[in-house]
Design a binder for this molecule. Sequence first.
Ligand SMILES: *Cc1c(COP(=O)(O)O)cnc(C)c1O
Length: 478
Amino acid sequence: MPSEMSPDEFRAAAHQAVDWIADYLRDIRNLPVLPDVQPGALIDHLPKTGPEQGESMDAIFADFQNLIVPGITHWNHPRFFAYFSISASGPGILGEMLAAALNVNHMLWKTSPAATELEQVTLGWLRQWLGLPDHFFGIIHDTASTGSLHAILAARELAAPEVRRTGEFPPLVMYASEHAHSSIDRGALAAGIGLENIRHVPSDDEFRMRADALRAMIEADLAAGRKPFCVVATVGTTSTTSIDPVAEIGEIARRYNLWFHVDAAYAGSAALLDEHRHILNGAAQADSLVVNPHKWLFTPVDLSILYTRQKDVMRRMLSLEEAPPYLEAADQDRAVNLSEYSLALGRRFRSLKLWFVLRYFGREGITRVLRGHMKMAQDLAQQIAADSRFEIAAPVLFSLVCFRYRGSDQYNRDLLDRINSSGRAFLSGTTLHGKFVLRLTIGNVATTEDDVRQTWEWIRSLVLPGTGSPGGEPLHPL
Ligand SMILES: *Cc1c(COP(=O)(O)O)cnc(C)c1O
């Protein structure tokens, strides 16, 4: 019966794992982005019960390579263009490894002072780079969904402080664009707001929330005796990366005394670039804002940041009358107890990998990569626009290109299936103005112009010359 792995065994196995990772990152283009597997394939392959006796690392590792990897969708693949593409960069992976070894739980300052303080330092650096005000307090959550839930809970606390005691709700109403991410509605759902009290504000023809429509909805709710309490602006919507008029929405929030939350999960990173800093104009007035380094900042999943200027409300909304004795902690000015600001008590040492990433690339290196992604997206959009069989379906603001073949929805859905089942690239789809369109996002740190060019050439080869006619088999492989 094996006891804990010896240091020597660990060293040997770790070297093997690191070698595997280095080879994986080097050779990843040889792998299909999407696996060719049927549902249940892995379940059918693995034992029905766990092992009675311990097994060797060799056996475990062999099964990892032979059974697990073939069923993986390679999010770290440079031709993963679906949803929002992401990266586990080298420094990010190393930070994650070391955090696993330290196995810190920094729920309180004293349960790991350096982990607590590094979180504040890294989020402070990023806050400066994003042009956000110094008084914004930052905290790391697993995902933007969790961060936005906390924002909505804080908004509720401010608007209806009695709810925490009575559990009885006044008729609170929340507003977000019809293109807001589903996590906003789900956050409101979890906060007890009720689906009927979430307004989906219509957008203009470039998918931006219409401020006039927002104002009209708020007025109608007030006239009906309801209580508007929160509005969410999105910087970089999920379907098209459109940007709501943040400053204008902020004005309305101030006028009607609403909590103002900004969801910049994907596009917030672009504000690191001087020429894109303006996308967060007006965000300094926000009560809260989420941005995801695990999306477009080369940091392995998971790491999302919630900034807020309502630190005290965030704390109050989750505080009990009496803290349990095991959580007693000296309330010192500089010793922040981060678990007081989140539902989760335990906290992984997530800031370590972000610190590695920020230091390894530096602001200059990060902006160079992001600028490259946006340039590739612009170039691709030009090529698509130049091919009369295709059309661009939404403005290209960052690194997402929405486009469609000039044909039926069914044809475009089939085209997407043919692209993805090849394993050569992975795109996703969405519906805009009632039509099905293809989405190609560039966000992986290793993606090159060749990756994008080859993918586009190959997509073109999947459709026949002419317009609106179904295409045949690929003419040439990537
Ligand atoms: C990706 C995304 C989210 C969800 O992020 P998670 O971290 O996966 O919860 C929310 N909002 C926007 C605008 C996004 O792009």
